[in-house]
Design a protein around this ligand. Structure first.
Ligand SMILES: [Zn+2]
Length: 291
């Protein structure tokens, strides 16, 4: 499977970009946009936590509208072990990519404005020249984004990051967020009555795993070559994340090593040590089970 399958609809043929090329220096089926079942009138919905604003594209300088999250209204829920954030009523991850409908420049929100003149040139050459305006972006903004739409936007962001020769950590973080969105998509499908055996769930699980592995590989490289904070995370947070990811991928020796490091760290706080301790218990359990 091409890592970038799904970008054809933007006019971008990214099939030449396979896994091996993602971190080099220097075609899938079209997902269906499904409208989730409407909720009872008075209940809050994802759209209640969104508003429209206009931002300017740093590549083509045109203003365009985006859906943004009303952060003051958010109510945080406990995150997943690997730090995937959760909020009541809304999955904010879906809205953390800006995509210019005129030139195709797309990036995660924290990186969007930070683009050098060299990177701008690369985007104009490699993205804008091929970019076709996509209906669902040019139309009035959706009241909220489906998971398929959000995943496509992140894939376009990842493609842009490769084109602009972005940092390894930016690519890894992009992959992690795609993996998290695939996980959320599975949860939504299961809530709608699908089972683990159904093709749509299995496909999303497979995609989650693929991008999770890419994210892991990228973060390991970034930790060896970049300065902290990496993607806004300090070293202890990054160590917890990588330990949890290694555990999720069955790399128990790596997970143990990071856990031990956090447990003896002078700078890790109580909650980090608790997390590390819990993970240690999980690792012991799995290894015992394996005999
Ligand atoms: Zn633009």
């Amino acid at each position: 499977m091409g890592l970038m399958s799904g970008l054809e609809k933007f006019g971008i043929k990214a099939d030449q970009m396979d896994m091996e090329k993602l971190y080099e220096k220097g075609s899938g089926t079209k997902p269906q946009q499904q409208a989730p079942t409407p909720k009872p009138a008075q209940e809050l919905t994802e759209a209640d936590f969104l508003y429209d604003k206009t931002i300017e594209c740093p590549v083509c300088q045109k203003p365009f509208p985006i859906r943004a999250v009303k952060t003051s209204k958010l109510r945080r829920l406990p995150p997943d072990a690997d730090l995937r954030p959760h909020f009541s009523y809304i999955d904010t991850l879906k809205y953390e990519v800006y995509s210019c409908p005129y030139c195709g420049y797309t990036a995660m929100t924290r990186y969007f404005e930070h683009i050098s003149s060299m990177q701008r040139k690369l985007i104009l050459q490699e993205v804008s020249s091929k970019f076709m305006e996509e209906d669902h972006i040019m139309q009035p903004l959706e009241s909220y984004y489906s998971y398929d739409m959000a995943i496509d936007r992140y894939k376009l962001s990842l493609f842009n990051t490769v084109v602009k020769k972005g940092q390894t950590s930016e690519k890894a973080y992009n992959c992690l967020k795609i993996a998290w969105l695939c996980r959320s998509k599975c949860e939504e499908l299961l809530a709608e009555g699908e089972t683990e055996d159904s093709a749509s769930v299995q496909e999303a699980r497979k995609e989650e795993r693929t991008f999770y592995e890419q994210a892991y590989e990228g973060f390991v490289k970034a930790m060896a070559s970049e300065m902290y904070p990496i993607c806004g995370m300090d070293q202890n947070t990054m160590d917890i994340l990588i330990a949890e990811m290694a555990f999720g991928l069955g790399k128990y020796d790596v997970a143990s090593r990071y856990v031990s490091g956090i447990l003896v760290s002078q700078t890790a706080n109580r909650s980090m040590k608790d997390k590390a301790y819990n993970l240690k218990e999980e690792i012991v359990k799995v290894i015992k089970k394996q005999g």
